[in-house]
Every structure is written in structure tokens, then in C-alpha cells.
Design a protein. Structure first.
Lengths: 303, 424, 274
């Protein structure tokens, strides 16, 4: 074997010190590629955005100019911002519990050993694997007011056609439905994995005790699933950004800003109106909200 | 392999990469971005035009790229300006002319136009089209795929309702009267709407109504919205009445749904772009006609569509790009594009060409579109109009759907729009 | 008796949800095979009259889908390769080494898990502009060079390899990178495969970021190409649109169906407390 001499310890002291030094350093060296990339593309942007939000940078001001809190003043005074916040709150407030709840319900159901559970599991996960563009395009077709499947089915049920994506009262609900459809399968799998890892002995004992399924769930299973639920909520918050893809293809924030969410609002101001400083301010607000919410959720789950 | 070989190899490679000595002319490669806001198939026509240009000009090679809708194309150009990757030539919606001029992305064309004969060159185009080609006193755009709104109407439905199929309504009063006769109901549900005014991002038919009523919509200096002035208010009020008082129009028809609904017989009269003629000819199975946009105080359809603008900064590329623009604007090419797409032939002389005459013979309704060119007015545009446009869009939707009261909503929208335009 | 009824009710409820999930996908597939007449009708049929295979041909020619396919493949593979490289190195350091600041680094990695591209895109766009990399493959790949998710997953997997193995390997003069390559990665193959598949699908399906940074047709990826095609055809040819959607979605669906086990596995580690 090569270099057998070195494993004898019969090695010059300097070389050994160098090897030890290298060994001390090399975790850092191994970390450099990943950490450098994360720093540049994930962490630095947060600082950059905060800084940019205090500047004006737009089509008529191509070099950033310091304006202090003016972007924030303008933002908080804008009625459209309030509308966007409300829309985002509604969207997130509904998709997160609905997709997680539906995922959990199906996980519980499939965990009962139903026949064909494997096939069903695959089916429910398929929307997760579908590209967002594909989901949005199919949605555009199915929810087409004149020739779409949804209104055809409504017609069969004796109801009049609904303007799913073009009625400002309906559009947000439709986007929420698409969002839930696209993501619940992910949470179903997460909960299935968690359920299968639960200590069976406790559950057996409860069943033998005669506890009803509903009580069994709430007093035993649900608390045991807390870590999973915590994880699911944080992931659901991140997944809710996908809404941009659906909105950009189906409604572009309309009709009448009914589906204008924070992430779209940033895109609209940054890339349509080309007001980058202002868009940065909105981004700062958005990530403050997301992280604030995640922190609150984490605190709640770890109390 | 020693170091000398490597160096020699590198030198040789560099020499090759630097290209052949002057004389072996490399064609200039131009990038051409274009949107198409109508149904597909037009990409092939563009490809055909480009191929013919390349054949006729072997020293220039044009690469066309479809870049989505008008809005998407504008965004891409704005982003490209930031990235330093602007195309050489692009087609953008006419209201983008001041935006791109102010941004410094598009180049003024006056010097190049002077080289083509100055005023003589500009006289080739319809005067109403040139209105949306100017920014800051300089010409930035050359008309390419231009349109005006027209009214498509179902002649069979007219006959069935006892109306003269060759006499579409010409005034607001006639419009309402005819629409009321044409609206058919089955109990509570409407089976055939009398009239539809589709709404798209550019608020075209709002301007159509405002101009028909003698209004302006945007102040001439482009900084103030005039939606709360009497003629503008009355125009929106009329649209509101069509929906809510006379009940002949649905509250919201998406732009893309309009022609489909017309072809399906769900609406008897619909305002849409002259550019939709191709779709109608292909898909409408009943007798249909083209009418002018009715007047109230005057005839005044807004201009629409896209202009060619030049972005190249290098003089050689500019020359090449300009020759492409000039070629596209030639009578023959303009006619070809118009016949294939339904957009109006931008070159006045095109209408005298045999192919256009044949088109007129086969489709006499095309003359209506030509007639409207005389009265066409500029589309409102300014460097800072973008957020105002979106505010107007939301206002129209809310007012028509009765989600807001007309006057207070308009006042609020005007205040917001003026603030937004001042901000940028 | 009630138990059987309950089970039946449960099954019915699950099947109802299954119908809701399956119907849009079914509709996508059959619409792709319909002729235009069958699209513009108020009474759509559940089965097309005939299978219009040439819809796929026409859709394919509607835009440069071949080019988009190539671009998507290159970009997705590049991202996955880079992420595997950076993640395994970082995971190795985090799992098998003690060093000052290890907890902070771990927290930093976990923190990055919840910083998605929709938060960072504006800054990253400007960064790329300064680098002059906009509208190129670099722009599509660079922001995804590292993966907090991958680093975390691999760390968990590496932690499961016993210390004893590392000691034994050291005796064979197999330490550091060699140990990573010859031992840790092969032993964590299921996790590596799981992560590879999830990352591949995720980045193949990327829409938002490529939308922001690409203009030229030559480097467009499939989702963007499809979106362009949608804006072009939205007035009429829904059957062509569905056909195009199908061949954009198909590769990932096929990969998913063939390798389901690994997708499921990626949740095993992630879902539990850790």
C-alpha cells in the first residue's frame, strides 16, 4: 500500500503539523462552496433589498439615489397596497390550512389500509410534480367561461355559468383552489411518513381502552404530529409563493387587482413599472411578514 | 506538447476567432423582437417576411423572436435596457413610444428619416398613425401593425330582429335601440347579448367612447387624467348604462373571449380590433359585417397596435436595422402583412396595389376600416402612464360591475392616477 | 356493521377527492387529442371522436420546443450536479467534523431553507446584471448553485453512518474527500437519489426565475416556452395548447411514475423533527 510509512507515525514533525493544520481547516474549506453560494444568492439579497429600499431606482433615475423612508411612506399610504395585503392574507390564510388539512385527512384515510392506497397515493402526489405552468394552463382551459369543463358541469347541475377567473369576486377563490390542488399531495406524503413512524404501542393501548377514533386522534395522534405540522406550515408558507406562477398566466393580478398578491405586486412594480427601489421596499415588507410568521409559528410549536 | 506548441495553438485560435480580414463581408445579424396580440399563425407570416428580407439583403440576417404580449415585450425591453442586451429592432404597443423614448432605450429616427427623404418618407404613412410615433418632438416609431376598433355585427341576427343587415348603428342612440332589439333572453338568462365591449389592459374602448363624446382622457402634456371631466364622465356613464340600465351588455368580457363569443352566436354586435378579421373569416359561419364605431359628438376611434422602434446603437447595425424597417414599411410588404393579419396597411400606397384591390373585392367590409383611419385619434400615452392605465382598468371594471359608484370612484381614481404619474 | 359502513363512507370520500384531482389531468390529456370543433362546443365530450395525433406535431412546430427541451435539460442537470457537489461537501463538514461555529453554520443552512427565489429575485437580478450574466445559462443556474435542502438532507443521511466506519477507513488511508466519495455517498445512495430527483423536477419546472432573467428565444426553458405559446394561442387553439402542455409536463411525470419510491423517501427524512 502506498505511503505505509506515514501510518507508522514515523513522519517528520512539520509534515504532521501541516497535516493537522489542514485537517483543522478543511471543514471550512468544504463548506465554502455551499456557504458562499448561499451567502451570495440567499442572504446577501436580504441586505441588498433593505439597502435598495431606501433608494430611488427607476427608468428615469438609473443610478440609485438615497431617499430614506420615502418608499415606505408611499407604500403604506397606497390603497392598492392595502388591497394586496388583504388578498395575500386571504390567500395564505386559506391555502395553508386547506392544503395541510386535506393532506392530513387523506394521510389518515390512506393509513387505514384501504385497497389501492398505493395508486391513490401516486395520484394525489401527481399535481405536485406537474409544472406550475401546466397547472395554470389547464386551469385556464377548465375555467374558461364559455367552453370550459367547470361551467359545463355546472350547467349539468342546473346552475348558470360562473366567470371563475374573470369575475373579481371569484378569481381569488379560483386561484386558491388551484394552489390547494397543486400542493396538498406533498403534505399528504409528509403526514403519511410521520404517521407510519408513530409509536404503535401508544395507539394500540388507546384503541384497546375503547377510546373513539375521533378522541384518539385529537388526544394522541395530533399532539404527536406537532413537529410534522410545524414543518408543514413553514413549507406551506414557502409554497404559497407559487401563486405568482398561476397568477402571471391566468389573471395577471386582475380582474381589478382581485388576485394581486404581494409577490405579484413586487413583480408589477419592479418589472412592469420598473420602479426597483419601490419594489425593494415591498420585498422587505414581504420577507418581514413571512419570517415573522414563521418565527411566530415556530415559537407556538415549541412552547 | 511543449509550451511553444500551446502558444502557437492559442495564437492561431485567436486569429481565427478574430475573424477574417475586412473584405470578406460577414452579414450583420439583427435581432427582431415582436409581439402578436391576436390568435397564432402570424408568427409564420413574420418568418416569411424575414426570410424574404434576408434573401433580398444578403448582407443582413434577421433573427425574429416572438416575445409574448405587448406588455411582456415592453417588460423584456425594459429589462434588456438594464442588462445591456437590447434587440436591434422591436415592435411595441404604440403607447410605449414615450416610455421607451424617455428610458433612452429607443433611438430617435429623425436623422435616418432625413436620409430617406424626410417628410416625403413620412407622408407614405396614414397621418393618424403618425400621431402615436412621436415623443419629445422627435419621431421614435414607424407604424407597423396598426389597427382601430371596429364593430363586428351578425347580419343574420339583425335580420331576425327586424333590422336592416346593411345598416349597422352609427350613433349612440341607434346603438342602444338596436342592441335592445338584439338582446334575447330565456327567462332570467341572456342567450344572446346585443352588444359587447371587451376590456383589455389598454382600455381601448373606454377611449373609443370618450373620443366619440368629444373628450380626451389624458391631458395633452400627459400628466393629468381627465376621467372626471364632463365628456369623459358621460362616456363611462354611458357604458355603465349599457350594462346596468339598458342591460344589453355584460359587465365584463375578456378581450380574448370576445371573438369566440361572437362566432358562437352569443352576442350580436361586438367591438374588437380590425386585426381580428382573420379570426372571424376563419371561424364565423354566419353572415357578418363590419361597422364603424358609433359617434355621439364625433367619430373618433382610437388608434391602436404596434410600431417598429430602433434600439441598436452601433452605426453599422443602425443602418442595417433601419433598412429592415424601411423594407417592412414598403407598400408591398405593408400590404402583405395587412392581408395576412388583418392589421391596417400602414402605407397609403398599399391600397392601390392589385393584391389589396383583390382583398377589397373579396371583402368589401375592409373599406370600413380604411374609412375609420381618417378620423382615428391618438391613443393616450406618456412616459409615466403605466400605473394610470392600470388604475383606469380597475375603475372601469368596478363601475361596470356596480361595485363602485360612478362619480366618487372616478374622482378617487383620478386622484390616485395623478399621484402615481407624478411619483415616477 | 357500522365499522364496515364507516369504511365505505371513508372510501367514498377518498374517491371523491381522487375524482377532483384526476379530472383536470384527464381533461388535459383528452383535450390534447380533440379536433378544433370539439373544443368550441357547449357540450364537450368525455372521449374525443378520433385521436388527433397531429395536434402534437402542430403544437411542437408552434414554437422552438426542441430548443427549449435542450435548454431545460442542460439547466436542470447543471443545477442538480452543482447542488450535489456543494451539498455533499458541506454536509460532510457538518456531519462528520467538529469545528468552531458548527452550530451557527447549521442554523444558517436551515435559515436559508425559507428564503425562496421569490424573495431574493430582485436582488439576484441586479447582481446578475452587474456580472453581465443576464440572459444566459449562467443566470439560470447561478442562484441555485447551493441547496439548503440538499445540504440538510445529506447531513441527516451522513449522520446515520457509524463513526466506526470512518475510523476503519482512516486506517486504510481513506479520509476526507476519499471517504466522502467511497463511503458516505454510496451508503446514502437512496437519499442522494431522492434529492436528485426532487431537485431535477423542481428546477425543470422553474417558471418564475427563468421568466425574470431570460429574453432570448435561444435559451428559453420549457415552462417559459409553454407560457409564450399560451399567450399566442389563447384565443383559439386550446387543443394545441393542451398538447403542448402535455409534452412539457410529460418528462417529469414519467420520471415520477418510474421512481416514486425515492420521492416518497425524501419526505421520510424531512417530515420528522430534525
Amino acid at each position: 500500500m502506498a505511503n505505509e510509512r506515514q501510518s507508522d507515525g514515523d513522519v517528520r514533525p512539520r509534515a504532521r503539523a501541516a497535516a493537522a493544520g489542514w485537517r483543522r481547516l478543511n471543514p471550512y474549506v468544504y463548506l465554502v462552496p455551499a456557504l458562499a453560494a448561499l451567502a451570495v444568492w440567499n442572504y446577501y439579497p436580504l441586505i441588498f433589498l433593505v439597502n435598495l429600499s431606501f433608494h430611488r431606482l427607476d427608468a428615469t433615475q438609473p443610478a440609485p439615489r438615497w431617499i430614506g423612508l420615502d418608499n415606505y411612506r408611499e407604500l403604506f399610504a397606497a390603497p392598492l397596497f392595502r388591497r394586496v395585503l388583504a388578498n395575500t392574507a386571504i390567500y395564505t390564510g386559506l391555502t395553508v390550512p386547506l392544503s395541510i388539512g386535506l393532506g392530513l385527512a387523506l394521510a389518515l384515510a390512506l393509513n387505514q389500509g384501504l385497497r389501492g392506497a398505493h395508486v391513490l397515493r401516486t395520484l394525489f402526489y401527481t399535481p405536485v410534480v406537474l409544472p406550475t405552468v401546466a397547472a395554470a394552463t389547464v386551469a385556464l382551459w377548465i375555467f374558461n367561461t364559455n367552453y370550459g369543463l367547470a361551467n359545463y358541469l355546472l350547467g349539468l347541475a342546473g346552475q348558470g355559468p360562473v366567470a371563475w377567473l374573470t369575475d373579481s369576486d371569484m378569481a381569488l377563490s379560483t386561484i386558491i383552489a388551484i394552489g390547494v390542488w397543486k400542493t396538498f399531495g406533498y403534505f399528504m406524503l409528509v403526514y403519511l411518513a410521520a404517521l407510519q413512524a408513530l409509536p404503535q404501542t401508544v395507539l394500540e393501548a388507546a384503541r384497546l381502552d375503547g377510546a373513539r377514533p375521533w378522541d384518539r386522534f385529537w388526544s394522541i395522534t395530533w399532539p404527536l404530529l406537532r413537529p410534522t405540522t410545524w414543518f408543514a406550515i413553514v413549507i406551506a408558507l414557502i409554497l404559497s409563493f407559487q401563486a405568482f406562477d398561476f397568477i402571471n398566466i391566468t389573471t395577471q393580478g386582475g380582474p381589478s387587482n382581485a388576485t394581486n398578491l404581494l409577490v405579484f405586486y413586487i413583480y408589477q412594480n419592479g418589472f412592469q413599472y420598473f420602479r426597483l427601489g419601490f419594489a425593494a421596499a415591498i420585498s422587505v415588507v414581504m420577507f418581514a411578514l413571512v419570517y415573522g410568521l414563521s418565527a411566530l409559528v415556530s415559537l407556538w410549536f415549541n412552547r | 506538447m511543449n509550451i511553444r506548441h500551446v502558444l502557437c495553438g492559442l495564437l492561431a485560435a485567436t486569429a481565427l476567432a478574430c475573424g477574417s480580414p475586412a473584405g470578406a463581408a460577414e452579414p450583420v445579424h439583427l435581432s427582431f423582437w415582436y409581439p402578436v396580440d391576436l390568435g397564432g399563425g402570424l408568427a409564420k407570416v413574420i418568418d416569411g417576411l424575414v426570410a424574404d428580407f434576408d434573401k433580398a439583403h444578403p448582407d443582413i440576417q434577421v433573427t425574429p423572436t416572438y416575445t409574448g404580449s405587448y406588455d411582456t415585450t415592453l417588460q423584456k425591453i425594459q429589462a434588456a435596457k438594464m442588462a445591456g442586451t437590447l434587440p436591434d429592432v422591436a415592435v411595441t404597443e404604440i403607447s410605449s413610444v414615450p416610455v421607451l423614448g424617455a428610458l433612452g432605450a429607443a433611438r430617435p429616427l429623425d436623422a435616418l428619416i432625413a436620409g430617406e427623404g424626410g417628410k416625403k418618407f413620412l407622408d407614405k404613412f396614414w397621418p393618424s398613425m403618425l400621431l402615436n410615433c412621436v415623443y419629445d418632438g422627435k419621431v421614435y416609431g414607424i407604424p407597423f401593425q396598426r389597427s382601430t376598433p371596429v364593430m363586428y355585427y351578425n347580419k343574420d341576427a339583425f335580420k331576425a330582429a327586424g333590422l336592416d343587415p346593411d345598416k349597422p348603428p352609427l350613433t349612440w342612440d341607434e346603438l342602444v335601440a338596436d342592441a335592445e332589439k338584439l338582446t334575447k333572453r330565456d327567462g332570467d338568462r341572456v342567450t344572446q347579448w346585443g352588444l359587447e365591449l371587451p376590456l383589455e389592459a389598454f382600455n381601448w374602448f373606454y377611449y373609443a367612447l370618450v373620443y366619440s363624446n368629444g373628450g380626451q382622457s389624458l391631458s395633452p402634456d400627459g400628466t393629468k387624467a381627465l376621467w372626471d371631466q364632463p365628456p369623459e364622465l358621460a362616456a363611462l356613464g354611458f357604458w355603465h348604462d349599457l350594462v346596468n340600465k339598458y342591460k344589453v351588455t355584460p359587465a365584463y368580457t375578456p378581450w380574448n373571449d370576445g371573438p369566440q363569443e361572437f362566432a358562437a352566436g352569443k352576442v350580436a354586435m361586438i367591438w374588437h380590433s380590425t386585426g381580428s378579421q382573420a379570426f372571424m373569416r376563419q371561424n364565423v359561419k354566419f353572415a357578418w359585417g363590419l361597422g364603424r364605431i358609433p359617434k355621439h359628438a364625433q367619430f373618433g376611434p382610437p388608434s391602436g397596435g404596434g410600431n417598429l422602434m430602433l434600439y441598436a446603437t452601433d452605426p453599422a447595425r443602425q443602418k442595417a436595422a433601419w433598412s429592415f424597417i424601411v423594407w417592412l414599411s414598403d407598400a408591398k410588404q405593408a400590404a402583405r402583412w395587412s392581408i395576412a393579419s388583418g392589421y391596417l396597411a400602414t402605407n397609403v400606397a398599399s391600397w392601390d396595389l392589385p393584391e389589396m384591390k383583390a382583398l377589397v373585392n373579396e371583402h368589401p367590409e375592409v373599406l370600413v376600416t380604411k374609412a375609420q383611419l381618417a378620423d382615428a385619434k391618438a391613443e393616450p400615452a406618456s412616459a409615466k402612464y403605466a400605473p394610470a392605465r392600470d388604475i383606469l382598468n380597475a375603475l372601469i371594471k368596478d363601475v361596470l360591475a356596480n361595485k363602485a359608484q360612478l362619480e366618487p370612484a372616478v374622482k378617487e381614481a383620478v386622484a390616485n392616477a395623478n399621484a402615481a404619474m407624478a411619483k415616477q | 356493521m357500522t365499522r364496515a359502513l364507516n369504511r365505505l363512507a371513508l372510501y367514498a370520500a377518498v374517491l371523491a377527492v381522487a375524482a377532483l384531482v384526476a379530472t383536470p389531468m384527464y381533461w388535459l390529456v383528452i383535450s390534447a387529442f380533440k379536433s378544433s370543433d370539439e373544443i368550441f362546443t357547449s357540450t364537450p365530450r368525455w372521449l374525443p371522436a378520433a385521436l388527433e395525433w397531429h395536434n402534437f406535431g402542430r403544437a411542437w412546430q408552434g414554437a422552438a420546443f426542441g430548443r427549449y427541451f435542450l435548454n431545460s435539460t442542460v439547466v436542470a442537470l447543471a443545477i442538480v450536479f452543482l447542488q450535489l457537489a456543494t451539498s455533499s461537501l458541506a454536509a460532510y463538514a457538518l456531519a462528520r467534523r467538529r469545528f468552531v461555529g458548527r452550530t451557527i453554520v447549521l442554523l444558517a443552512v436551515i435559515g436559508a431553507l425559507i428564503i425562496p427565489i421569490q424573495v431574493t429575485f430582485l436582488a439576484n437580478f441586479i447582481t446578475l446584471q452587474h456580472l453581465g450574466w443576464l440572459d444566459s445559462y449562467w443566470a439560470l443556474v447561478a442562484p441555485f448553485t447551493a441547496s439548503a435542502f440538499g445540504t440538510f438532507l445529506l447531513r441527516q443521511a451522513f449522520l446515520a453512518v457509524p463513526e466506526a466506519m470512518e475510523d476503519a477507513a482512516r486506517l486504510d488511508r481513506c479520509t476526507g474527500l476519499a471517504f466522502l466519495w467511497h463511503f458516505l455517498l454510496p451508503l446514502s445512495r437512496p437519499t442522494v437519489l431522492a434529492f436528485t430527483l426532487v431537485a431535477l423536477v423542481t428546477h425543470w419546472n422553474d417558471y418564475f426565475w427563468p421568466l425574470i432573467v431570460t429574453n432570448r428565444d435561444e435559451i428559453r426553458t420549457l415552462p417559459i416556452g409553454l407560457a409564450m405559446f399560451v399567450t399566442q394561442e389563447v384565443m383559439s387553439d386550446w387543443n394545441l395548447l393542451m398538447a403542448a402542455t402535455l409534452f412539457v409536463a410529460a418528462p417529469m411525470l414519467i420520471i415520477f411514475f418510474l421512481t416514486q419510491r425515492y420521492f416518497i423517501r425524501s419526505h421520510m427524512h424531512a417530515g420528522l423533527k430534525g
